[in-house]
Design a protein around this ligand. Structure first.
Ligand code: ATP
Length: 595
C-alpha cells in the first residue's frame, strides 16, 4: 500500500533516457548503485504522468484472468523438486510488501526451491537459464525478482508509459496465465497481455495508458512494434518462458526480431522444464555471461516427483474405445487432459467421446474466444475432460488435473515431459498414461529411458466392436488408419505405422529412436537433424536430415520428428500447413499463429 501511495504521489519522472545498463545490475550492491545513478539523472528528465488513465479508479490495470546442463552454482539437490516446506519465508525476504501480501492471499508464503535459487542472482541482475521440473514454480521464480525490481524502480522514478519488463510465451493461454500471475502477485503494477486472435486496438489503447510489465506471444508483439504502439526501449528485464520452445523453428525468428528491439543492456532470463543441450549453444547469442540454475541437472528422473507413469498397449482400431474406461478408473472424478497429435484428431475424438463424457477440444484452429471459453470451463470444472493438441502441453497450470493421457505418442521426450507435467503440480500427485500400439513399443522404451522413469504396464482393455466402429465412423476411418498412407496428410505425421514412421517406425535408419544417443539430433545445434528425429525416412528426410544447415537447425527440430504436419501438435502455432515445421525455416506461415 505504502508503495502504491508513494508511486502515485512521487514525482513521475520519465524513464525515457535511462540507460537500462544502470538498472541491470550485476552485483548485490548494484541496486543501490543504480539507484544513485537514477537519482542524479532523474533531475534532468521531464515529468510524466502515465498510468493515470482510464477508469474510475484513476489507474489502468489489466483484468486478471484466473487463472542441461549443469549448473555451476546451483546443482541438482535431491528433494528440491517443488516443496515449499523447507523454503524461505517470503515475508522475510525484504521484497515489496505488496508482493508479500498478494502472494500470502494465494497461500504462497515460502519460496519453492527454484525460486530460492533464482532470487539472489536475479536480484543481482544476472542473465540466467533456469530449469526445474514441471509445476515447481518457475513463473514466480522469475516473477518475484522482476516484480520487486519494477516496484522499486517505479517508487524511485515514477511510472512511464513503456514497459520495464517483457515476458515472451509460446501460447496465448500461457501468456494469459503468466500475466495473471503477475497481476495477482503485484496488483499495483500495470500489466498487459498481448496475443493474437483478439482486437489489437484495445491492446494499443492499453499500451498507451502505460504499462509496467508486458506479457505476450511473439507474433502480436511484433505487430504492435510495427505499428509503433509498443516501445521496448525501457525494457530492463526480458524472459523467454518455455525457452527451448521459443527458440525453435517457427518462433526463433520472431523472438530474435523482438530481442533486436530491446536495449542491449538488459537482464535476460530463460526458463523451461526442458533444456536440450543445443540451448546452451544458442543462448550465448542472447545472454550475457549467463548463470545456469538447473534443479534437474544430471538426474535421470526428468518428471515431477508426484507423477505416476503408466503405459497401455492397444490395437489401433479400438484405441479410442479404451479412453472412457481409462478415464473412469484413473481420473477418479478429477480432470483429465487427453493429448492428440492433430487438431483434427482432437476434434474427432472429443466429438466421439462426448457421447459418454462431458468433454471439449482445444487446439489452434478454434477461435480465440472459444479457446478461452473452453479453458475457463475446464478450469472451473464445467467439464472434466479436455482433448487437446500440444497447444496445452506447456506451462498450463490447471488445478486438479489428475490424469494426462498421451492418446498419441508425443513427438519427442521433451513434449512428453511437458504434457505429463500438466498433472502432479506443486507437489501434488498425478497420473500420466501413454497409449501405444505394438509397433510403437520401441518408442515407449526410448521415452522411458529419456525421462528416467519406468512405465507400469496396464492390462489391455477389451473394447467391444461397437465402440470401435463408433469411433471409426466418427473419424472417417482416421482412428483406424493412423499412419497409413491412404491419407497423405496424416501419413506424414510420423506417429503411425507404415511409411510415416514417427515413433513407430523402428525400421527407419533415420529414426531418432533408432539412433539412441543421437536421438534428438545428437550434436548441439542440430537437435534432431542428423537422426531425422522421430520421423521415418520419408518425413525425416525432408528436414531432419539437413544436418549441414547453418545456425540452429531450427527446421530440424520439428521436421526431424517426422511430425511434419504441424496442424497437429505444434502445428497449432503454425498455420496447419502440411509442410509446417518440416519445411524450411523460411516458411513464414509457421510463425504467424502461435498455437
Ligand atoms: N512458493 C510457492 N508455494 C506454493 N505454491 C506455489 C509456489 N510457487 C508457485 N506455486 C504454485 O505452483 C503451481 C505451479 O507453478 P508454475 O506454473 O510456475 O510452475 P512451472 O514450474 O512454471 O511449471 P511448467 O514447467 O509446467 O511451466 C502454480 O499453481 C503456482 O501458483
Amino acid at each position: 500500500m505504502l508503495t502504491a501511495v508513494l508511486r502515485r504521489t512521487s514525482s513521475t519522472l520519465s524513464r525515457r533516457g535511462f540507460p537500462a545498463a544502470l538498472i541491470s545490475a550485476s552485483t548485490a550492491t548494484a541496486t543501490a548503485t543504480a539507484g544513485n545513478h537514477f537519482r542524479l539523472l532523474s533531475a534532468a528528465v521531464n515529468s510524466r504522468t502515465f498510468h493515470s488513465n482510464p477508469g474510475p479508479l484513476n489507474f489502468r490495470a489489466s483484468s486478471c484472468h484466473r487463472a542441461e546442463y549443469a549448473v555451476d552454482d546451483f546443482p541438482y539437490e535431491e528433494g528440491s523438486k517443488g516443496n515449499a516446506d523447507e523454503g524461505l519465508e517470503i515475508a522475510k525476504l525484504g521484497i515489496s510488501q505488496d508482493i508479500v501480501s498478494a502472494l500470502a492471499k494465494k497461500g504462497i508464503t515460502k519460496l519453492f526451491p527454484i525460486q530460492r535459487a533464482v532470487l539472489e542472482p536475479a536480484m543481482q541482475g544476472r542473465d540466467m537459464i533456469g530449469r526445474a521440473r514441471t509445476g515447481t514454480g518457475k513463473t514466480l521464480a522469475f516473477g518475484i525478482p522482476i516484480m520487486d525490481k519494477v516496484i522499486q524502480f517505479n517508487a524511485k522514478h515514477g511510472r512511464g508509459r513503456d514497459p520495464l519488463a517483457l515476458v515472451l510465451a509460446p501460447t496465448r493461454e500461457l501468456a494469459r496465465q503468466v500475466e495473471s500471475e503477475f497481476c495477482e502477485s503485484a496488483p499495483n503494477l500495470d500489466t498487459i497481455c498481448v496475443y493474437g486472435g483478439t482486437p489489437i486496438s484495445q491492446q494499443m489503447r492499453q499500451l498507451d495508458y502505460g504499462v509496467d510489465i508486458a506479457v505476450g506471444t511473439p507474433g502480436r508483439i511484433i505487430d504492435l512494434l510495427n505499428r509503433g504502439a509498443l516501445n521496448l526501449k525501457d525494457v530492463q528485464f526480458v524472459v523467454l518462458d518455455e525457452a527451448d520452445q521459443m527458440l525453435q523453428v517457427g518462433f526463433q525468428e520472431d523472438v530474435e526480431k523482438i530481442l533486436e528491439r530491446l536495449p542491449p543492456k538488459r537482464q535476460t532470463l530463460m526458463f523451461s522444464a526442458t533444456m536440450p543441450s543445443w540451448i546452451k549453444q544458442i543462448s550465448r547469442n542472447y545472454l550475457n555471461n549467463p548463470l545456469t540454475i538447473d534443479l534437474v541437472g544430471d538426474s535421470d528422473q526428468k518428471l515431477a516427483d508426484g507423477i505416476s507413469l503408466y503405459s497401455i498397449a492397444t490395437d489401433l482400431y479400438v484405441k479410442a474405445g479404451i479412453l472412457a474406461p481409462l478415464i473412469t478408473e484413473h481420473a477418479k472424478g478429477g480432470k483429465c487432459i487427453v493429448f492428440t497429435q492433430t487438431k483434427r484428431d482432437a476434434d474427432r475424438l472429443s466429438y466421439a467421446m462426448a457421447r459418454s463424457v462431458k468433454c471439449e477440444a482445444l487446439h489452434g484452429d478454434i477461435s480465440q474466444a472459444q479457446r478461452e471459453k473452453t479453458l475457463a470451463g475446464f478450469r472451473n470444472g464445467h467439464f472434466n475432460v479436455l482433448v487437446a493438441t500440444d497447444v496445452a502441453s506447456r506451462g498450463l497450470d490447471i488445478p486438479n488435473v489428475d490424469l494426462v493421457i498421451h492418446y498419441d505418442l508425443p513427438n519427442n521426450s521433451e513434449i512428453f515431459v511437458h504434457r505429463s507435467g500438466r498433472t502432479g503440480r506443486a507437489g501434488k500427485k498425478g497420473t500420466a498414461i501413454l497409449v501405444y500400439t505394438e509397433d510403437q513399443s520401441r518408442a515407449v522404451k526410448l521415452i522411458e529411458r529419456d525421462v528416467g522413469s519406468r512405465f507400469s504396464e496396464l492390462p489391455r482393455i477389451a473394447v467391444d466392436s461397437a465402440s470401435a466402429v463408433m469411433v471409426d465412423s466418427m473419424g472417417g476411418g482416421r482412428f483406424g488408419s493412423f499412419g497409413g498412407n491412404r491419407d497423405r496428410r496424416y501419413g506424414d505425421m510420423g506417429f503411425g505405422s507404415g511409411h510415416s514412421g514417427g515413433y513407430s517406425n523402428p525400421g527407419s535408419g533415420r529414426s531418432s529412436f533408432g539412433n539412441s544417443g543421437e536421438r534428438f539430433g545428437g550434436q548441439n545445434y542440430n537437435r534432431f537433424g542428423s537422426s531425422g528425429g522421430f520421423g521415418s525416412g520419408q518425413s525425416g528426410s525432408r528436414s531432419g536430415g539437413s544436418s549441414s544447415r547453418s545456425r540452429f537447425s531450427r527446421s530440424d527440430d520439428f521436421g526431424g520428428f517426422g511430425g511434419s504436419d504441424r496442424s497437429g501438435g505444434f502445428g497449432d502455432f503454425g498455420s496447419g500447413q502440411s509442410s509446417g515445421f518440416g519445411g524450411s525455416r523460411g516458411s513464414k506461415q509457421n510463425n504467424r499463429r502461435p498455437f
